[in-house]
Design a protein around this ligand. Structure first.
Ligand code: SF4
Length: 331
């Protein structure tokens, strides 16, 4: 049993570690425990044979929901639990599920719940998150030949995306960030960058985002000079993945969809502010990070307590220049 991470972006960054489990134990039945959104992300992925949905906002809410879930897991008689989630809850759940081997970082005071602990120190805090997840499994000789961070899409999902979009190069604009407003660059600046890409490169702008980002999507659509396809709040995770997969470029905040684009090998221009641009950069070759160090970054806060200078100092021209240089490089 693999307890994966709760955020889409983190779950993407666990994929090389998940594939290491698959490669080391090709005969194993790998069941991944995931929340409903991450469960969609992992559908049809070669690293898992089964996805078990753990819905803390629904049927498994509260302490009794977790206990019911843990005792349901107990009936499955798993041999080993690998915890990519850092919280003590994952340790408690797998302990109560009676899983005899429990492997994970010694985070959140859960060392006593693990049979196979992995030390979490300064190195794990400062290396790329993808490599940190790999250290969990590598510590116990679960190793893959390559670091493969890829997502699986079905042909019918690609066809669905194709049907939604006119012919031509697509730029996906992702103006949200589920983590909080501190991570968000500004709608009028995204709009200006998208308008530039339409006028200079003939790109088709497509807005994506979750239900909590509808307002920002509508703002951008209203500000833009060019027509835009606005899918914010209108797609499932799988549909969003298919739209990203069809793109020639993504312009984004540091967010889950950014990591999805990296896994789908879509070139990325990402604006970073309060988050760490070295530990959570896109795990891919073709990307540009645009950021300015205002002296307080990375603060890792969800809301900015000051003047949001980390984002405010990133101009439209900065992002356009990054996009131009990336497009030139991959042409
Ligand atoms: S405190 Fe600094 S790094 Fe954090 S959001 Fe505000 S301006 Fe950005």
């Amino acid at each position: 049993m693999v307890r994966t991470a709760n955020w889409i972006g983190d779950a993407v960054m666990t994929l090389p570690a998940l594939m290491a489990v698959r490669e080391t134990y090709p005969e194993a039945h790998i069941a991944v425990v995931a929340n409903p959104l991450v469960a969609q992300l992992l559908e049809n992925h070669p690293g898992c044979d089964e996805i078990i949905v753990y819905n803390k906002r629904g049927e498994h809410s509260g302490i009794f929901g977790m206990l019911r879930f843990a005792f349901a897991l107990r009936r499955r008689k798993f041999d080993c639990a690998i915890l990519f989630q850092y919280a003590i809850e994952a340790g408690v759940m797998t302990f109560l599920a009676g899983i005899p081997r429990r492997l994970g970082f010694t985070t959140d005071g859960r060392r006593f719940l693990l049979t196979h602990p992995v030390p979490f120190g300064e190195t794990e805090k400062t290396i790329h998150q993808t490599d940190a997840f790999l250290r969990i499994v590598n510590h116990y000789d679960i190793i893959a030949a390559d670091k493969v961070q890829a997502l699986a899409l079905l042909e019918e999902e690609r066809i669905w995306a194709k049907e939604q979009l006119p012919e031509g190069p697509v730029v996906v604009v992702n103006p949200g960030a589920a983590y909080g407003s501190a991570k968000r660059w500004y709608p009028e600046r995204f709009a200006a960058v998208a308008d530039f890409l339409v006028s200079e490169y003939g790109m088709i702008p497509v807005l994506i985002g979750g239900p909590g980002e509808v307002e920002v999507g509508n703002d951008i659509a209203a500000i833009m000079q060019s027509p835009v396809l606005n899918f914010v709040g209108k797609t499932s995770v799988r549909q969003m993945m298919a739209l990203i997969d069809s793109a020639s470029l993504m312009v984004t905040n540091d967010s889950g969809p950014m990591h999805v684009a990296a896994a789908l090998k879509v070139p990325i221009v990402a604006v970073f502010g309060p988050t760490n641009h070295t530990t959570t950069s896109p795990f891919t070759e073709n990307y540009r990070i645009v950021r300015h160090d205002g002296g307080c970054s990375p603060c890792m806060l969800r809301e900015c307590p000051t003047d949001h200078r980390c984002m405010d100092s990133v101009t439209v021209d900065d992002v356009i220049e990054a996009a131009k240089s990336l497009l030139l490089e991959i042409a």
